[in-house]
Design a protein around this ligand. Sequence first.
Ligand code: NI
Length: 140
Amino acid sequence: MPDEAVRFGVSIPPKLLARFDQVIAEQGYANRSEAIRDLIRDRLVETEWHAEETETVATVTLVYSHHTRELGEKLTELQHQAHEAVVSALHVHMDAHNCLEVLVVRGKGKELKRIADRLISTKGVKHGKLVMTTVGDRLV
Ligand code: NI
């Protein structure tokens, strides 16, 4: 395939597109194409890391209400099951109801993804995010 840019059409609700345009303008993107290319690159890098057999380091951020029945215990139990990967856990009581937990995990990318998926998908977790990082040897 020639190395020329390919144009493609995307169907998107107008409100979502308007919000996207607003955000990328704030971030300083000159146009949608560059913003979308960055999104695609980001996803590709993420996918690559998730599939990796090599050791990596990541953080898992979790937000949940401590009023949700047995949720705190459930999340702690999952972390204990993964004790070899969980290096550190930070708990912040954000307000009267909500807790923020940030875990530092270390291990194979695939394994870290599996652990994060289990934590984030636990019923009652309001928001969760896995951020894989690297010492950057393979980043150009
Ligand atoms: Ni708390």
